[in-house]
Write a protein that binds this ligand. Structure first.
Ligand SMILES: *Cc1c(COP(=O)(O)O)cnc(C)c1O
Length: 223
């Protein structure tokens, strides 16, 4: 018998099956029991958006879980997650890269990151402007971050029912992702993961080339 969460996961996976898009369950605000429920179905990666919430979950839950940080990360919090975080999806500035690199060195490991790109029309969303990222790559400064591996890009589309708007934002992000593949020759940048799409727009994102959708409410319920 599938649990309610198991049923949701199964039906979303079925919808995603025509695409090369992986489902990342976003467990923020949901208790450890909900995470363990999904874990029973083979899910080993989960997204959290706050360090304060991630730390107790990391402590309490099985150690083979890969944790992704998907929310805005303050520089002074990097040290708490540097030893174990699997992927920081929300790297929204060069200043944050500097701190992650420093803490990765201290922790004696490489930290995988996605650059969060600002694609929405909303003022409230964090991220690099597409032009800013291209300029950053062109300066060659990424080579200085020896303890960081850039694995791709993350973005959030506008929270709107205007499908054409959302589609054009996803296309912009996919275009940037493809353009930055030119820098895959660098030792610490490989455009492999394009993290775009949430509960409200995941099928559109998948159709536009997302390799990872981050979904919370449609799996675990309303927050
Ligand atoms: C909360 C969150 C999600 C998941 O949102 P849902 O609408 O619940 O699927 C995805 N990405 C980020 C960055 C989030 O903060």
């Amino acid at each position: 018998m599938l649990s309610a969460i198991g049923k949701k996961l199964q039906s979303i996976e079925k919808e995603l099956s025509p695409f090369e898009t992986r489902l990342l369950p976003v467990s923020k605000t949901f208790p450890s029991e909900a995470i363990l429920d999904a874990y029973e179905y083979g899910y080993k990666s989960f997204g959290e958006n706050r360090v304060q919430e991630l730390l107790p979950k990391f402590e309490a839950l099985p150690k083979d879980i890969d944790w992704h940080l998907i929310g805005h990360l303050q520089s002074n919090k990097v040290k708490y997650i540097a030893s174990f975080i699997s992927l920081i999806q929300s790297v929204d500035s060069e200043k944050l890269l500097v701190e992650i690199d420093k803490q990765a060195l201290k922790a004696g490991r490489q930290i995988s990151c996605l650059l969060q790109i600002y694609i929405a029309k909303e003022e409230t969303k964090f991220g690099w402007e597409p032009e800013e990222v291209i300029q950053f790559y062109q300066t060659g400064r990424l080579a200085e971050f020896k303890n960081i591996q850039i694995k791709g890009l993350m973005g959030m589309a506008s929270n709107t029912s205007d499908q054409a708007q959302v589609r054009s934002e996803f296309r912009k992000l996919k275009g940037l992702f493809d353009a930055l593949k030119a820098f895959d020759i660098l030792p610490n940048s490989k455009m492999e993961t394009l993290s775009m799409g949430m509960s409200g727009d995941y099928l559109l994102a998948a159709a536009e080339g997302s390799t990872m959708v981050r979904m919370g409410s449609s799996i675990f319920g309303a927050r």
